[in-house]
Structure formats: structure tokens, C-alpha cells
Design a binder for this molecule. Structure first.
Ligand SMILES: Nc1ncnc2c1ncn2[C@@H]1O[C@H](COP(=O)(O)OP(=O)(O)O)[C@@H](O)[C@H]1O
Ligand SMILES: [Mg+2]
Length: 400
């Protein structure tokens, strides 16, 4: 019997469109002998939709005006199974059942653990990182705190909340000075280079911080890496096993590309590249020494394990090519195009990569189901009326 695979994508995020492209690409490559593919599109309005027309890119060109063949749905559990139910009209009808979800979402409000949390709450098996790994992967400050405390190389940085900056600008500017220019100013939880500025000297810092603050209330300022070479590695697995891909070298970026440089100028090309890099070129394998390649591959597996990731992720590095010092820039917990092009280099076809990710998810779900998650007895059953409230106090007391 075929697996009913719900592919979830979209969401209220600046990377909405990138997610649609990644998802349709994955859907094209899924083995249709094994999977019945059900598109589950999360609109920018946070409504879930399904329908065959969502399998074509044309459906998204004017989605607000034309939703022919598309139904609003909710994902719910009934008698131990999961269903997509229509949510409009008088009668709730089951449109289809769903066995496993494959989330292909990028950015805030979805990739940051919120979607994983929703899927965990209703209990459906899903591919990819769980809440903690996904959340750590989205916050450029907390990820550094976790990695730094485990000896993973990261750049020097400072961070602050917007109110702290607005209350005491001079204190923050002094800290940036101690870090040393040039620096890179970033909103802590966005992606796709939105709100990021490379700042050469003090005269431009306030404008850069103001820009970052317009996107996020948490800001990180990093020391810029000199003689920059950027390489990325993909890791596939979960907490038990990790495999690492060859490295890609991301080419010739003299300056940080803006969101519009990356996507809007390139909207007509169907990018097969990584998220945020659809218009940039890459060299595989990266032109760095064997020793450095090996070190970066080992670090990648370590980061994957440390952040408790699952499925496929891409870990991005900044290298100073003069000193050969390398730093983890960030993990992408659901990378654009699922990094299939890196796996293809080591002989893994996209359809096999997807198969492996789905198998990992099912195995992990079965393992997790064996753990004790709740108790059969219901301690509330004995409580009633005001007596119950007293009892609750007592129950709290017994917890310790
Ligand atoms: N510390 C740094 N030094 C030099 N360049 C950097 C640094 N941090 C980021 N960059 C440049 O900015 C790009 C975007 O930054 P990144 O942190 O990856 O943001 P995003 O999450 O938007 O992809 C990187 O790919 C790199 O080219
Ligand atoms: Mg990046």
C-alpha cells in the first residue's frame, strides 16, 4: 500500500515563495510508486489548503484571486488516523487521510519549530527536525551560545534587544567598537539575508542597526570574517546516525545579496540551488584542502547531533582563506531544495534522498512511541467541586 504523504509548505514568512519552489521540486522527485502525494499549502493568511492544482506553480501566480480546485482544510485526528477535513460549507467532510507529513518550510513562523510543534501536538509522524532543533536553528544568538559552549568554532559577536539599544545607544555602540570593525549586523531570527548589512566603519552602524530593528527585536552583530570563502555541507540522519555530503563553495559574493537580488531579479528562473542562493553559482567540491574538508565534515556531524536535528540539513561556514580558520555561520534545518544537489554529487538521487528522509521519520516515530508519554490513570478523576481545588493544591505538593 502506498504511503499517503502530506507535503506542507508556504506559511507566513519572508521565505514563502522559496518554500513553494522547494516543495514543488521535491514533489516532482518523489517516487509515485511508493507515495500518494497530497499538497498542503499554508497560505500567507495561515489557512491550510489542498487540491491538485496546488501541484502546479501557476496556482500561486494570483492565489488571492483564483483558487479554483482548492479547498480550505484542517488537519485533525479521528479514531487513531489523521485526516484533511474541509472547513468551509455546512458539513465537515474528510477529503483524504494522511500518514506522514513532509514539511518543506523556510523561515520564521514555520521552520522555527512552530510547525513541528503543531504536528507533535496532534501526534502525526513528520519528517525533519523537532521543536528544539528547529527553534535553535532559527535564532542566530542561541545557536551560537549552544555551539560556542561545546567548542564549535563561531565568530565573535555581541547581541542585544531593540529596547536595550533604544535605552542606551552609546553602550551598544561602544560594545561594537570593542568587537572591532568591519562587522555584520543581522536580525537574529530572519533568513534570506533580510535586514543584514556589512558595516565597514562606525559612521554606518546606526543606519544598519535601525534597519535590522525594523525586522526583529533581537539583533546580533558579528565580527566580519576576512578573506572570506563560504562553504556549505549537508548532513542526513538523526540522533542515531549522521552522513555528510561533499562540500559546496558558494562563489564570488563581493557583498551581501539583498532579498531582491536573490529572488526578485531571478523570479523567472526555476532555481535548483540552495535557499537564498538561487542566483549565485557554486563549485562542488569546494576548493579547500582535504584536511580542512574533513574537519568541516566532522564539525557538521557534530553540530547536527548537538542541535538534535533530523532529516536533512545544511550547515554553512565562513572561512578566512589566509589563515584557514573556519567558523560555523548557521545551520539551515530545512534547507532550500533540501540540498539535493549536494547529495547527487555523492551518487544519491533526489528520490532516494527523500525516501531516506521519510524512512528516518517513520523509524523515529516508532522509537518515540515506545517511550512513556503519559499515564493511563487520570488523577483528575477523583476530584470534584471545591474539594477538587484543595486536591489540586495537594497534587502540586506531591510533585516534588
Ligand atoms: N561574520 C560574517 N563575516 C563575513 N560575511 C558574513 C558574516 N556573516 C554573514 N556574512 C555574509 O552574509 C550572508 C548572509 O548571512 P547569514 O547569516 O547566512 O544570513 P541568512 O540567514 O539570511 O542566510 C552570508 O552568506 C555571508 O555572505
Ligand atoms: Mg545564510
Amino acid at each position: 500500500m502506498k504511503v499517503k504523504l502530506g507535503v506542507m509548505f508556504g506559511g507566513e514568512t519572508v521565505e514563502h515563495e522559496v518554500s513553494i519552489i522547494s516543495a514543488l521540486q521535491a514533489i516532482q522527485n518523489l517516487n509515485k510508486d511508493k507515495y500518494d502525494v497530497i499538497p498542503i499549502y499554508i497560505g500567507k493568511n495561515k489557512v491550510l489548503y489542498t487540491g491538485d492544482s496546488l501541484l502546479e506553480i501557476d496556482a500561486y501566480k494570483s492565489f488571492e484571486d483564483n483558487r479554483k480546485g482548492v479547498k480550505e482544510v484542517s488537519l485533525c485526528k479521528k479514531e487513531g488516523k489523521y485526516y484533511l477535513q474541509n472547513t468551509t460549507g455546512l458539513i465537515r467532510k474528510d477529503i483524504t487521510d494522511v500518514d506522514v507529513v513532509l514539511p518543506i518550510v523556510h523561515g520564521n513562523n514555520v521552520e522555527d519549530g512552530t510547525l513541528a510543534g503543531f504536528l507533535d501536538t496532534i501526534g502525526i509522524p513528520y519528517v525533519g527536525p523537532h521543536v528544539l532543533g528547529a527553534a535553535l536553528g532559527q535564532d542566530k544568538v542561541v545557536m551560537k551560545q549552544v555551539m560556542g559552549s561545546s567548542g564549535i568554532p563561531i565568530v565573535d559577536y555581541i547581541w542585544f534587544f531593540d529596547n536595550e539599544y533604544l535605552d542606551d545607544k552609546n553602550k551598544v555602540l561602544k560594545n561594537v567598537k570593542s568587537l572591532g570593525y568591519p562587522v555584520v549586523v543581522k536580525p537574529a531570527t530572519l533568513g534570506s539575508s533580510v535586514g543584514i548589512t556589512f558595516v565597514k566603519s562606525e559612521k554606518d552602524i546606526e543606519k544598519a542597526i535601525d534597519d535590522a530593528i525594523s525586522y526583529d527585536n533581537k539583533i546580533v552583530i558579528e565580527k566580519a570574517v576576512d578573506n572570506l570563502v563560504e562553504v556549505n555541507a549537508s548532513v542526513l540522519g538523526n540522533y542515531e546516525n549522521q552522513k555528510v555530503s561533499p562540500l559546496e563553495e558558494v562563489m564570488g559574493l563581493d557583498e551581501i545579496l539583498s532579498y531582491s537580488d536573490k529572488y526578485l531579479s531571478n523570479a523567472k528562473t526555476k532555481g535548483t540551488g540552495s535557499k537564498g542562493m538561487a542566483s549565485t553559482s557554486r563549485i562542488i567540491p569546494a576548493r579547500i584542502s582535504k584536511e580542512l574538508t574533513k574537519k568541516i565534515q566532522d564539525t557538521s556531524k557534530e553540530v547536527f547531533r548537538l542541535l538534535n536535528l533530523s532529516g536533512v540539513c545544511r550547515i554553512d561556514y565562513l572561512i578566512d582563506k589566509k589563515t584557514e580558520k573556519y567558523y560555523v555561520n548557521e545551520p539551515n534545518t530545512i534547507p532550500g531544495s533540501l540540498s539535493f544537489y549536494l547529495w547527487r554529487e555523492s551518487g544519491v538521487e533526489y528520490k532516494d534522498l527523500l525516501d531516506e528522509m521519510i524512512s528516518i521519520a517513520i523509524k523515529e516515530y516508532k522509537n518515540k512511541s515506545k517511550k512513556t508519554m503519559s499515564f493511563e490513570s487520570n488523577i483528575l478523576a477523583g476530584f470534584s467541586g471545591s474539594k477538587g481545588t484543595k486536591g489540586l493544591k495537594g497534587a502540586k505538593g506531591t510533585k516534588n
